[in-house]
Design a protein around this ligand. Structure first.
Ligand SMILES: Nc1ncnc2c1ncn2[C@@H]1O[C@H](COP(=O)(O)OP(=O)(O)O)[C@@H](O)[C@H]1O
Ligand SMILES: [Mg+2]
Length: 263
């Protein structure tokens, strides 16, 4: 789906945000970009989404040499600030915007709005101006507008920050459904507790915009020394089982519960 090689990006003030990143995202994968604040996750997602031109290196999409513009409809990018997505007078118009850009009929746009509003609990907010929503509501509205074009690849920058418990569970279920439908999902997060719920593979970024490890979610999350070196605390369940002296560390709460029941 995405093949990045040698990606580098420096901001105008000279800050190197991404430095020599090679990354391949296969169809249907769920990948987490994990790293501490300032590691370069947001910048890398913008590069992968074709929203920033790299200073070095290149990104290929869908095995072709088409530039980002040509494949834009197939990529759904949720930037860290959901406000960037919400620029129409109402939430409804924000969600309709993508389908309208694609030239879909008004009836189809209406159908998509209704479906997404129901899924994201936005029905009561459709006629409100997006800037009058809470942070979590804005994030749900932004995700709904990203999904309105039915993308094949989702690039989500910290999609669960500011989202409360109920909506978090809903959103995780939705990501599972999308993944089951074959959508490729790349999620950035600084939260090691979240990773196992959103990814099968992890790309770990250190503080300097470089990849310090890639591997299965289990490999990366149970390597507590490496996580700490990268500036991250291990997931709570990993830390708990590690300190309690278990050899084989669970990475999800469900797995930990199962283990304790058997013990
Ligand atoms: N607009 C900007 N101008 C200058 N430096 C920036 C800008 N945006 C981000 N940075 C810097 O680039 C580095 C990577 O930032 P970012 O990609 O936002 O990391 P993350 O999303 O992992 O927190 C950080 O050192 C950050 O301070
Ligand atoms: Mg960020």
């Amino acid at each position: 789906m995405i093949e990045a090689s040698g990606l580098a990006y420096r901001y105008e003030d000279g800050t190197t945000a991404v430095d020599g990143v090679d990354l391949t995202i296969e169809a249907g994968e769920r990948v987490a970009l994990l790293g501490p604040n300032g590691a370069g996750k947001s910048t890398l997602l913008l590069l992968l989404g074709g929203l920033l031109p790299p200073d070095d290196g290149s990104v290929r999409y869908f095995g072709t040499d088409q530039p980002g513009d040509a494949v834009r409809d197939r990529l759904g990018v949720l930037t860290q600030d959901p406000g960037e997505y919400l620029f129409n007078p109402t939430v409804r118009e924000d969600i309709e915007y993508g389908p309208a850009q694609l030239g879909l009929s008004a009836a189809e746009a209406d159908r998509r709005v209704a479906e997404l509003a129901e899924r994201f609990d936005l029905e009561h907010l459709l006629d409100r101006p997006p800037f009058r929503l809470s942070g979590g509501e804005q994030r749900r509205a932004a995700i709904a507008s990203v999904l309105s074009v039915d993308p094949d690849v989702l690039l989500l920058d910290e999609p669960l920050s500011n989202v409360d418990g109920n909506n978090e569970a809903e959103l995780l279920d939705l990501l599972d459904e999308l993944s089951a439908d074959g959508v490729t999902i790349v999620t950035s997060t600084p939260d090691t507790d979240l990773v196992a719920a959103v990814a099968d593979r992890v790309v770990l970024l250190g503080r300097d915009g470089r990849v310090v490890a890639t591997g299965s979610t289990r490999e990366v999350l149970t390597d507590t020394d490496r996580l700490r070196e990268a500036g991250l605390a291990p997931p709570t369940v990993v830390e708990l089982f590690d300190r309690a002296g278990f050899e084989d560390l669970p990475v999800r709460v469900e797995e930990a519960v199962e283990r304790l029941r058997r013990q």
